[in-house]
Design a protein around this ligand. Structure first.
Ligand SMILES: Cc1cc2nc3c(=O)[nH]c(=O)nc-3n(C[C@H](O)[C@H](O)[C@H](O)COP(=O)(O)OP(=O)(O)OC[C@H]3O[C@@H](n4cnc5c(N)ncnc54)[C@H](O)[C@@H]3O)c2cc1C
Length: 382
């Protein structure tokens, strides 16, 4: 571990130890009960709510430390990296910062104990990159909030207890209408699709709200909140970037071990200079990708990372980690393409990095808008 992330060293070491001693066996068991035990254990070990306020059981650790932990967990096991991301850089950061006190006490505290996880529902069938075109509505009726609409592509919705649901409170048709509620998954009028399997083998869910009624105190934030919500979402974006970095780190190390072992033409593959240069290029890309991410994390306030630095990290990491995983596959030859080797799954999962949390093109729009000093609105002129 280098000086830049020295403060994270103890946490990263503890994460690797916890994986070896306690988490690995539970992951191998793989049952629902084992996953529940794993979550509780992570809560007891202090790996839940690491960025969240101490007042609710969190640790208020710097985002950079937390990203290093998620990357280390991801190297150990992709599912563990996913859990670490959801527990530490998921939408609960926005709840901790923006929700009324009673909601924070209830939900943030439970997540910090490893008792619950929360999904995020932003995308809709007709509002993907153009997220502010969302039409899911929230209407306050006395002491209830009534939701109508649907969401798409929601990750881990089956395993989560609730969703931070972005929705429209006003009728002006502008982003100013957008706020958010906590939607418990047992709410009347709420249902989940069976899930669509993505190319990494995970399920993405549709959420349906059909006159779904919640206590009105489940409103996190009403109108004019989109900008505030997205500021926290930048921390979440970097959490998923840490998972991509973990995949690339795993693939690079695996490929290095492999070419030192595998012999062709009577020599180790590692003797061939063409392959040595591939390994060197992979390392240069991994370090560059990490440094861009660590910069964004180091400059963040809590989970609120700078938009430009987050976009730069997102764009570069999605491309670089995809190339690193693909080069690792190439270094393993035909074996790399086989499912019994761990590389192809890492490549498939990493491919999502250019899609979720804003696509590569959308982040490039934002970077260009910043550089050119333009709002760079993508909306068709009236
Ligand atoms: C693995 C995975 C997990 C996800 N998890 C979640 C989740 O938990 N919660 C959630 O709410 N959503 C989630 N999403 C949805 C994700 O955020 C959307 O897929 C993403 O925002 C893009 O929207 P879209 O798929 O509708 O593509 P579209 O918006 O239809 O875009 C299609 C293509 O057009 C390009 N494009 C669109 N507009 C422009 C423009 N103005 N300039 C240049 N190019 C443009 C895009 O970059 C893309 O290449 C997930 C997606 C994936 C793949």
């Amino acid at each position: 571990m280098d000086k830049l992330t020295e403060a994270a060293r103890d946490f990263v070491d503890a994460a690797k130890l916890a994986y070896e001693r306690r988490y690995r066996a539970l992951l191998e068991e793989g049952s629902h009960e084992a996953t529940m035990r794993l979550k509780r254990q992570m809560g007891e070990d202090g790996f839940c709510g690491m960025t969240l306020p101490r007042a609710y059981g969190g640790m208020e650790l710097p985002l950079l430390t937390v990203l290093r932990v998620t990357q280390a967990f991801q190297v150990c096991d992709m599912r563990l990296g996913g859990l670490s991301h959801r527990f530490n850089t998921g939408p609960m950061g926005a709840v901790a910062a923006l929700a009324p006190e009673a909601l924070r006490q209830r939900y943030v505290t439970a997540l910090c104990r490893g008792e619950i996880t929360m999904s995020i529902g932003i995308s809709e069938p007709h509002a993907g990159s153009a997220a502010t075109a969302m039409t899911t509505r929230a209407r306050i009726e006395g002491d209830k909030v009534v939701l109508n609409g649907s969401k798409i592509f929601v990750s881990f919705a089956d395993e989560s207890d609730c969703t931070l649901l972005y929705c429209r409170f006003g009728n002006t048709g502008t982003p100013g209408d957008i706020g958010a509620v906590i939607l418990p998954h047992d709410a009347p009028g709420f249902s989940l699709s069976a899930g669509t399997r993505n190319m990494a083998g995970e399920l993405q869910y549709e959420l349906f709200m059909d006159d779904c009624r919640l206590p009105a105190d489940h409103v996190v934030v009403q109108s004019n909140a989109f900008g505030k919500l997205i500021k926290h979402y930048n921390g979440e974006r970097l959490g998923s970037v840490a998972r991509q970095l973990g995949n690339a780190e795993f693939c690079l190390n695996y490929a290095i071990d492999y070419i030192k072992e595998r012999q062709q033409f009577g020599r180790e593959l590692a003797d061939f200079q063409g392959l040595q240069w591939m390994i060197a290029d992979m390392k240069v890309k991994l370090d560059a990708a990490q440094l861009l991410t660590w910069r964004a994390a180091a400059n963040a306030h809590g989970e609120e990372a700078d938009a430009l630095e987050t976009s730069i990290s997102k764009v570069y990491v999605a491309q670089a980690t995809k190339e690193i995983c693909d080069d690792a596959l190439q270094l393993l030859g035909g074996y790399g393409y086989m499912m019994e080797y761990p590389i192809e799954h890492r490549l498939r999962e990493t491919r999502g990095g250019g899609l979720y949390g804003g696509t590569t093109q959308i982040h490039k729009n934002m970077i260009a808008g910043h550089l050119l000093g333009r709002s760079n609105s993508q909306w068709k002129k009236a």
